[in-house]
Ligand binder design. Structure first.
Ligand SMILES: [Zn+2]
Ligand SMILES: [Zn+2]
Length: 346
């Protein structure tokens, strides 16, 4: 089968003779129908990933059809369309016992990688937790967005957003735009989106952001302060992964405001915390990592019920063989997400 391998940062190779996986007891083999690119893929392509030593199969957002069922699996059958969140916690460690399955070490160590391929093995511990039947009304491409949406749903669960709130989302990439859609479900007073690529800002506007600020030509800090009469925003959601923006996000929150620091900065990054803001202004500063099984179920419901429509986030679809174009386009920043179709061969 075909499988894309990240040999080292900056170097991808399409192996056209990768070994076909076989299902062990409790496992599934899924024929991938669609995969999606992710910001983490681009970061990993550029500078590597602490949990994914190279060479490694690549890609983790996908959906497909059950191709083989391992001994003992009764809830899925061959030929069944499925959508999958590519991790599951152990259920036994201290984090899992406390309800923080997203922080379980086993979750990241056993993450499924290799969505840019024709087939993929679903490990035994993920099958009963994060594999869901895919309904016909949802395309394979849309279903492949389950993983990033699960992360955003988990982040959203850590915030309390009311109808009186002004929410600022900084970063109009795939994660920022998913936050826009999930935040809209709370019907806040206003959502201000900050970004800097025209096509991404146009997408934010068409998705219903109340105000869109292009930070390439406008000082977003001054603009948010002006729009909130100098008060700051009730909720600030950071989706860029830049320490400078993390600091600005804290500065942008109003007294009693909430700040979600979501964008992963380079490992080892540090930010400066202003005591007056955090203590005297009573800020709530949160981080949110990955997702729990309950967030994945909720995300799945949002997609299946059509309450979140990810179609506007999928800029184009390419064949797996066009992986160089895919990563060049991601690098350019002028796309949101790209679909990858492993069946479509030139
Ligand atoms: Zn992802
Ligand atoms: Zn655990």
């Amino acid at each position: 089968m075909w499988q894309l391998i990240l040999i080292e940062p900056g170097k991808l190779v399409l192996n056209k003779e990768a070994k076909m996986p076989k299902a062990n007891p409790g496992e599934l083999i899924v024929r991938i129908e669609a995969a999606l690119t992710c910001g983490t893929d681009l970061k990993t392509y550029r500078r590597g990933h602490p949990n994914w030593p190279t060479p490694t199969p690549f890609g983790h957002e996908f959906s497909g059809v059950v191709h083989e069922v391992g001994e003992g699996v009764t809830q899925f059958k061959v030929g069944q369309p499925v959508m999958i969140a590519p991790t599951a916690p152990c259920g036994k460690c201290r984090h899992c016992q406390r309800g923080y399955g997203n922080l379980c070490d086993y979750t990241m160590e056993t993450m499924m990688l290799g969505a840019y391929a024709e087939y993929i093995r679903v490990p035994e511990h993920i099958v009963p937790v994060n594999v869901f039947p895919k309904p016909d009304n949802l395309s394979y491409l849309e279903s492949a967005a389950l993983e990033p949406l699960s992360c955003v749903v988990y982040g959203d669960e850590q915030l309390t957003i009311s109808e009186k709130d002004t929410v600022v989302i900084i970063g109009a990439g795939p994660i920022g735009l998913l936050y826009l859609m999930v935040t809209q479900l709370h019907h806040p007073k206003s959502i201000i989106m900050v970004g800097r690529r025209k096509m991404r800002l146009d997408t934010a506007r068409s998705l219903g952001a109340d105000v869109v600020i292009d930070c390439a030509c406008t000082d977003y800090f001054d603009e948010v302060m002006r729009l909130t009469q100098g008060r700051g925003a009730d909720v600030v959601i950071e989706c860029t992964g830049s320490p400078e923006v993390w600091e600005k996000s804290i500065d942008l929150a109003c007294r009693g405001g909430q700040v979600m620091l979501f964008g992963g900065c380079r490992s080892g990054s540090e930010v400066h915390l202003p005591m007056d803001r955090v203590l005297r202004d009573g800020l709530t500063i949160k981080g949110a990592f990955h997702y729990t099984p309950s967030a994945a179920k909720h995300a799945r419901d949002l997609l299946v019920e059509g309450r979140i429509n990810v179609k506007p986030l999928i800029t184009d679809t390419y064949s797996l063989e066009e992986y160089k174009t895919i990563f060049n386009r991601l690098d350019s920043g002028d796309v949101i997400k790209l679909g990858v179709d492993p069946r479509f061969k030139n």
